[in-house]
Design a protein around this ligand. Structure first.
Ligand code: KG4
Ligand code: ZN
Length: 338
C-alpha cells in the first residue's frame, strides 16, 4: 500500500511516499520569508505553501519512482497548526483524491511526530514519548500505535517556543533553536543558573518564566555594556539556557517512566534535534535501563514522511476520512487517536 503524505501545518511544505516498510521519498520546501519578521507570519506562510505545494508533491512522487496513479491513500495533516496553511494542504489533498479516486486520511501533527520514529526503527511498545516542538511540549504513554494517553503538557510556552523567544532576546534570527544548540556546544552550562520551573509539580511544564528571567537578567546589565556582554558570553548564555530547558524535559521524562514503566522511550518534534537533550536523554535511558529512540534529525523537524507513516498506520486500521475533513488550529485531545 503506497501512502502519499502531505504536511503544511506551519512553515514547511512537505510531501513523502511510504510503502509500509520503506520511505520511498521525502521532500521538504522550507520557507525563508519569515526570517526578517522574527517569527511566522500566517498569511505569508499560506501564500508560500500555495506557491510550492504542487511542485513539492510532484517531486515526492517522481523521486519515489512511481506515477500518481500508483498511490493508494493520501494522508494529510489536519491540525493542529495555522488555519490558512492547513487549508492549503487539505484542499490540495482533497483535489488529488478526487482526481485519482483515492481515499484521504487526516493525520494529527502530534501523532505524526510520535510515529516519525517508525520511519527507521521499530520501538518496543508500550513506550513513553516526549514531543517537543515549536508549538507543543507533551508526554504520552503509548500503549500501541494510535492508542495513547496524555501524561503531561506545557501550561504556557512550548520548549521550542522558549528557544525561539529567548534567542530573539539575544538578537538571533527565527527559529533560534538550532543556532542556540550550535553555540551551546562550546559554552559553559553552569555560567548562569536560570530557573527550572515546576520541577516538583507533576508532569506539566512551564517555560514562559524562563523567558522572563532571561529578559530580566539581560535588563540588569547596563545598556552600554549589554551588547558587548551578550557578544562575549553568547556561547555560555546559550549553554546555560539549553541546560535549563533540557534539565526540565529530562526530569519530567524520568518521572513519566517511573509512573508508567516501559522498555522504550521516544523523543520527537523539532527540539529533539537538540544536542544537549539527545545527550542527556541517552544518560537517562542508561540510568533507567530503557532503550532510547529519537528520529533522525531530518525527521525531528516538520516533514511529510511522518505524515505518510502515520497515515499508513491509520489505513491499516481502516481509519479513513472523507472529503468533509476539516482543519483545526488548536490541540484537541479528542482529535488524537488516543
Ligand atoms: O517540530 P517543528 O519543526 O515544528 C513544530 O511543529 O513546531 O519544531 C520547530 C521547533 C522550533 O522552535 C525550533 O527552534 C526548534 O524546533 N528546534 C530546535 C532545534 N532544531 C529545531 N531547538 C533546539 N535545538 C535544536 N537543534
Ligand atoms: Zn511539528
Amino acid at each position: 500500500m503506497l501512502v502519499l503524505g502531505i504536511e503544511s501545518s506551519c512553515d514547511e511544505t512537505a510531501a513523502a511516499v511510504y510503502d509500509g516498510t520503506r520511505l520511498l521519498s521525502s521532500v521538504i520546501a522550507s520557507q525563508r520569508d519569515h526570517i526578517d519578521f522574527g517569527g511566522i507570519v500566517p498569511e505569508l506562510a499560506s501564500r508560500a505553501h500555495e506557491r510550492v505545494i504542487s511542485k513539492t508533491v510532484s517531486q515526492a512522487i517522481s523521486q519515489a519512482g512511481i506515477g500518481k496513479k500508483d498511490i493508494h491513500v493520501i494522508a494529510v495533516t489536519e491540525g493542529p497548526g495555522l488555519m490558512g496553511s492547513l487549508l492549503v494542504g487539505l484542499c490540495f489533498a482533497k483535489g488529488l483524491a478526487i482526481q485519482l479516486d483515492r481515499p484521504v486520511i487526516g493525520v494529527n501533527h502530534i501523532d505524526a511526530h510520535i510515529y516519525a520514529t517508525f520511519i527507521d526503527e521499530k520501538p518496543q511498545l508500550p513506550f513513553v514519548s516526549l514531543v517537543v516542538s515549536g508549538g507543543h511540549t507533551q508526554i504520552f504513554h503509548v500503549i500501541r500505535p494510535l492508542q495513547h494517553t496524555l501524561m503531561g503538557q506545557t501550561r504556557d510556552d512550548a520548549a521550542g517556543e522558549a528557544f525561539d523567544k529567548i534567542g530573539k532576546l539575544l538578537g538571533m534570527a527565527y527559529p533560534a533553536g538550532p543556532e542556540i544548540d550550535r553555540l551551546a556546544r562550546t559554552g559553559n552550562p553552569s555560567f548562569y543558573n536560570f530557573p527550572r520551573a515546576m520541577m516538583q509539580k507533576g508532569l506539566d511544564f512551564s517555560f514562559s518564566g524562563l523567558k522572563t528571567s532571561v529578559l530580566y537578567y539581560l535588563q540588569d546589565i547596563p545598556e552600554p555594556e549589554r551588547e558587548h556582554f551578550i557578544e562575549e558570553h553568547r556561547s555560555d548564555l546559550c549553554a546555560s539556557i539549553s541546560a535549563a530547558i533540557t534539565d526540565v524535559l529530562i526530569h519530567k521524562l524520568r518521572q513519566a517512566v517511573r509512573k508508567a514503566p516501559v522498555k522504550s522511550v521516544i523523543i520527537a518534534g523539532g527540539v529533539s534535534a537538540n544536542t544537549m537533550l539527545r545527550h542527556k536523554a541517552q544518560e537517562l535511558a542508561d540510568e533507567l535501563g530503557v532503550s532510547l529512540h529519537i528520529p533522525h534529525p531530518r525527521y525531528c523537524t516538520d516533514n511529510a514522511a511522518m505524515i505518510a507513516v502515520t497515515g499508513w498506520f491509520k489505513a491499516n486500521e481502516g481509519l479513513y476520512d472523507d472529503l468533509h475533513l476539516k482543519p483545526y488550529a488548536r490541540f484537541h485531545w479528542e482529535k488524537m487517536q488516543g
